[in-house]
Structures are given as C-alpha cells and as structure tokens.
Ligand binder design. Structure first.
Ligand code: MSK
Length: 631
C-alpha cells in the first residue's frame, strides 16, 4: 500500500545509469562499470588482508605452503597491520578535514570571508571548555576556542577533551581497556609506528589501537569538524529539498559541489545566490544558476541551505554524463580521478581547490580563508560563461528525483520533539518522548545507516532494501553520508514515504512530521550520532550498549568507514557490515573484531554480505537488546 507515494527503485536507477553509459561510449570514456570489469577478479590475497607490502623484502603473501612472510609475520599479524593502517588512514582523513574547519574558525572575523553564524553553539562550547565569554567580542571567544581545538590534535599529555561528553560508563570502559584517545595526530602516528616492519605482531594489540585511533576520530577530529562547521555555517534544522539526478536543470547553469569540507561549497552557494551572479548567468541565456551537491558536500549544503542533492559516490560520473554540468568544484575525499578525463569529454570545467586533493586535468585554484570569496566568484563566473558551450547531442538528464526532508541534527531532532510532545511534558531539550516510544514498543529501535556505496555489491540495493525492511518493522533510521543519499534517491527522506512504515513508526512520523529516515548529515556527522545515543542513554539512565540501537554500513568502501566502524563499536554500538572488512585470511582477526571487542567494549561487528540475511540479523539484534531490557 503506497497511497500516492512511489519509491524510485534500484532498477529504475540502473536504467538511468545504462542510458548515461551510452553517452560514455559515444564520447569514448571509461566509467566505473567498465573498470570494475577490468579489475575483476580482485586479488584474493589483498581481499583477505594477507598480502604484506610494508617492507621491500616483499610483497609477501600467505598461503598454506608459505604461512609466514620473510620476517616471520603470520596471517594474523599481516591482516591486523593492514586493518590498523586502514583505520589510521580513515582517522587521519576525517580529522584533517575537522582540523581545516577549526582553522576556519580561527581565521573567522566580522569583516572576513568566514563568520560565526551559530553564536549560541560557540558560547556553549566555550563554557564547556572553560573559556571566559562575558563582555568579550564574539571573535575573541571564537579564536580562543579554535586555538584549544587545534591543540587537541597535538596535545602532549591527556586525552581528547571531546570525550568529556561521553557517558561515565563509556569513559570508564575506555580507561580500563586502555583505549581512551590521546591527541589525534599521536594516535595516527602510533598506528603507523606499530605497523612498521619489526614492530607490533600481536593481532590483539593492533585491534585495540584501531579502536583507540577510531575514537580519536569520532570523539576527536570528526566531532571537531561537525561542531566547528555548525558554529561557522549554522546548526542544521529540518528543511525541505530534493534528491537524485533529476535536480539538474536543462535551462540553468549547473554547478556541482563535491567532496566534504563545507568551506568551499558554502562560499560557492553564497556567491551563486547573489543577484549579480544570477544576472550574469541570465546574460548567457540561462534561467539562473543551479547549485547541486554530490556525496557528503551534498549533505552539508542541503542541510544548511536546502541545496538539492544530485546523488552519492557512484553517481559522480553519471552526473557529468548528463552533459549539462558547467562546472564541478571539489575539495577533498571521495573524488574519482576519472572526473578529470571525463570532464574533458564535455564542456565541463573541473576545479580542484585543496592541496590535499590535486588531480590531473583540473584547474587548481587553492582556496584559503583570505581568498575564498574571490575563488568562488571566479568559478561561478566561468561556469556562467561556459553555459553556451554545451553540446546538445550529449545531453540526457534522468527525470527521477524525490522530495527530501533533511537537517536532523541532534538539535533538529529535539526541535521536533519540543514542538510536538515536550511542550506538553513541560520539559524541553529531552529525548524522553522518544524513549517512551521505544519502551512502549511503538518503535522497536533505531538503526544508524552509514557509509558509501560499493560496486562489490549491487550499488544502493542493500541500503534501500535494508532501510525499507527496517521501517516496515517500526525501526526508525538515522542516516549520514552516501547511505543518506541512497535514501534520498529512493524517496525515503520524503515525509510521504511514511506509507512504507509499520503502524507504530507511521504514527510517530505523522505526529512529529518527520520522514522515517532522518538525515543527520555527512560522514563526519556520525559524531552527531554518537552524541545522540549518549543523550538518549543519559536520559534513559542506561548504558549505550543496552540501547536497542545498532549501526549498519552495508556498502562501505573507504578507510574512513573503517575508522568510523571502530569508534561506533567502541562507543558500544553493534555494527552490521555488508562488505567483508578484508581480514578474513586470519581467523584470529575475525574473532577479535567480532567476539574480542564485544568482551572489551560491549559491541562488535556482525558481517553478512547477503542483505536479506543482514536485515534479519539486525532485527534479531534489536529484539535481543529489547528482551535484555525487559521491554
Ligand atoms: S562521501 S566516505 S563515499 S559515505 Fe562522505 Fe560517501 Fe563514503 Fe565518501
């Protein structure tokens, strides 16, 4: 029963992709589908995590006939080291993004390019960190807070101050297990040192450092990224937008913002919205300028400005294949190098803006705090001038798009509760009504859907099918990253999709005026989810591990996802993976990341590459948590 609402199916998305692939063939460029074929089958040693290329005596590969590398490293050591290096790569990447956000706050000023937008959030953080605020200029406070934030990356002693926000029980576990995160940079360097040739060979120690390194991301670098972005660009609140390739406009100048750091996209949006630039676009025959986002940048600008979302990771080439993109501007992370040669096949201009992501066949305009507006103006102007250069023979824009309600930060979720129920309870700023929905059984629990899409499985299929099954079973979903984008493409961020829910969740959606999948932002915003479960556990008076809440990354692919999975598990949340974590060549490693971490921190991985089975496992996991609570 869908009562007027029709979800876009994966088959329909694949039909759009197949039509766009015809354009790729016509212009003579390879796309990811071609490269997957060329790379298949993948190297079995790499896939199982038992290829070691950490020193130049190798590469060494583990087989029954050669069970040790030249130095004597076993499968357990090699798989453990590879796993920790992935976690460290992810923690470094998120955290460096976070560091850039802190620098922007440090550089902010009343008359500069970056300003304090959410002063309340800044003042709250200042209070939390003991920074005086009374009778001080807001920018003096901002600079002092930013300096403390920057020092967290390299502090010589002590632990991440962001962990002060965790429950007492979590802090105790992290101390007892010796995984309380120290300086972010130190945890990443320690991971690289431990995995160097001739250092840690013990798989258990490698997994413990993976947890610690992950925690320095989720309760360190990523949290800094989210908090500083909110202070600078505004804390997201629920708002309406649209998602999928149908948001590209035939008669407008289309500019795609792709990547992660909102410092770039915020400036492009600001400049493009100006009357001067809209008029400039019209002077070239366009109806105006249409800014859209891809990947996590889409999440950032959608939830703060309602900018429409063109899609997720594996949709980036498809967006350019529409032939109507005047410019694609990127900052860092998840950018296919193939965007370079692909853009050359069209009139599309490709701009890189960060020294962290230099890509051939792009125009490099490094964006700094000082020149941000000038760089954005150059890009937007050149995109307008590019509009008349389209080739009509290469144009095809798929029609599919859905309404999407986005911007459910913790504050956004509480704002909905305050409006609907808390005001009657005479108690604002609490998750108690949500908890009552769970204890009464109206909602069975919640799942955090996160992560990328990955051609190792049918792209977006696992995300969408799992989400549909969960909401049908009265499980509310919070989503970030490309998982949130998959929901958007299928219409699951549309409030009308409540018709797909079970009776309980449908009632909650109607009462609170929310969709069944709550968009919480980008990859770094999984830190919001950590604060959400912490807030709920505190309001409920139980441990995070007891909540009927789990994480799920059915199509993950990046090192960042490994770091995320480590901090989500360390925070006490069982995490269900649909892609093998590349350690299956070591029985000890498989045991450590499932059973081992459960003994240490109360949560672990559950791995199943069959989405049908994965969703059954998730529902069973949630019901087991409920039974243990006696609800
Ligand atoms: S963008 S890390 S593909 S979620 Fe954050 Fe998407 Fe994964 Fe990149």
């Amino acid at each position: 029963m869908s009562e007027g609402f029709q979800s876009t199916t994966v088959q329909q998305m694949e039909a759009d992709a197949a039509r766009l692939k015809e354009t790729a063939v016509k212009v003579g460029i390879d796309i990811w589908q071609d490269r997957v074929k060329a790379q298949t089958p993948h190297c079995g040693f790499g896939d199982k995590g038992i290829c070691c290329k950490i020193c130049a005596m190798g590469p060494c590969r583990i087989t029954p006939k050669s069970p040790k590398g030249i130095c004597g490293a076993t499968a357990d050591t090699i798989a453990g080291r590879n796993y920790l290096r992935m976690a460290a790569g992810g923690a470094a990447t998120h955290s460096d993004h976070g560091r850039e956000c802190v620098w922007k706050l440090y550089d902010s000023s009343a008359d500069g390019n970056y300003h304090v937008t959410d002063a309340t959030k800044l003042l709250n953080l200042a209070k939390e960190w003991g920074v005086p605020t009374e009778d001080r200029d807001i920018y003096d406070v901002a600079h002092e807070v930013a300096e403390i934030g920057l020092n967290e990356y390299g502090k010589i002693k002590g632990y991440q101050r962001w962990t002060d926000r965790a429950t007492e029980e979590r802090k105790k576990v992290w101390m007892e297990q010796d995984i309380m995160p120290r300086a972010v940079d130190r945890e990443v360097v320690t991971a690289m040192h431990m995995t160097h040739m001739g250092c840690t060979a013990d798989a258990e120690a490698l997994v413990r450092q993976s947890l610690r390194c992950g925690l320095s991301d989720g309760w360190g670098g990523s949290m800094a990224g989210t908090e500083m972005s909110d202070i600078l660009y505004g804390t997201p609140m629920p708002k309406e937008t649209e998602g999928n390739l149908g948001v590209l406009e035939k008669d407008m100048v289309n500019i795609i913002c792709h990547g992660h750091d909102p410092a770039v996209s915020e400036m492009i949006v600001l400049v493009a919205e100006s009357k001067e630039m809209q008029d400039y676009a019209r002077s070239f025959g366009a109806r105006g300028i249409n800014i859209v986002g891809l990947c996590c940048t889409a999440n950032e600008i959608a939830m703060r400005h309602g900018v429409r979302m063109a899609g997720n990771f594996l949709q980036q080439e498809n967006a350019l294949l529409t032939g109507v993109v005047e410019a694609i501007v990127v900052d860092v992370q998840c950018i296919f190098p193939n965007i370079g040669p692909l853009s050359e096949c069209f009139h599309t201009k490709f701009y890189t803006t960060s020294p962290i992501a230099r890509i051939p066949f792009s125009t490099y305009l490094q964006l700094t705090s000082e020149n941000a507006k000038d760089v954005a103006t150059t890009i937007v102007k050149e995109a307008c001038e590019n509009f008349p250069k389209r080739d009509e023979n290469k144009i095809f824009i798929p029609e599919h798009k859905h309404k999407a309600s986005v911007g459910y930060s913790c504050e956004g979720i509480k704002s909905r509760l305050d409006t609907v129920t808390n005001s009657h309870l005479d108690e604002l700023d609490t998750y108690k009504p949500l908890i009552q929905c769970v204890t009464s059984g109206v909602l069975r629990g919640a799942v955090a859907m996160v992560g990328c899409n990955n051609p190792k499985v049918r792209p977006d299929y696992s995300h969408i099918e799992i989400m549909k099954r969960l909401i049908e079973n009265d499980v509310v979903i919070v989503a970030t990253g490309c998982a949130a984008q998959a929901a958007s493409k299928a219409g699951l961020l549309d409030k009308a999709s409540k018709v797909l829910c079970g009776e309980g969740l449908r009632r909650v959606c109607t009462l609170a005026d929310i969709p069944p999948v709550l968009h919480m932002g980008s990859c770094v915003d999984i830190s919001r989810m950590m604060l959400l479960v912490t807030g709920i556990a505190k309001d409920w008076g139980i441990d995070v591990t007891q909540l009927p809440v789990v994480g799920c990354a059915p199509e993950w692919m990046s090192e960042k996802a490994v770091s995320i999975a480590n901090y989500v598990v360390a925070t006490g949340i069982d995490t269900y993976l649909g892609i093998d974590p590349m350690v299956s060549g070591s029985a000890q490693m498989m045991d450590l990341i499932t059973n081992g971490t459960t003994k240490w921190v109360g949560a672990g991985y559950h791995i199943n590459t069959d989405p049908e089975q994965l969703v059954k496992d998730i529902l069973d996991g949630i019901e087991a948590k409920r039974a243990a609570l006696g609800i």
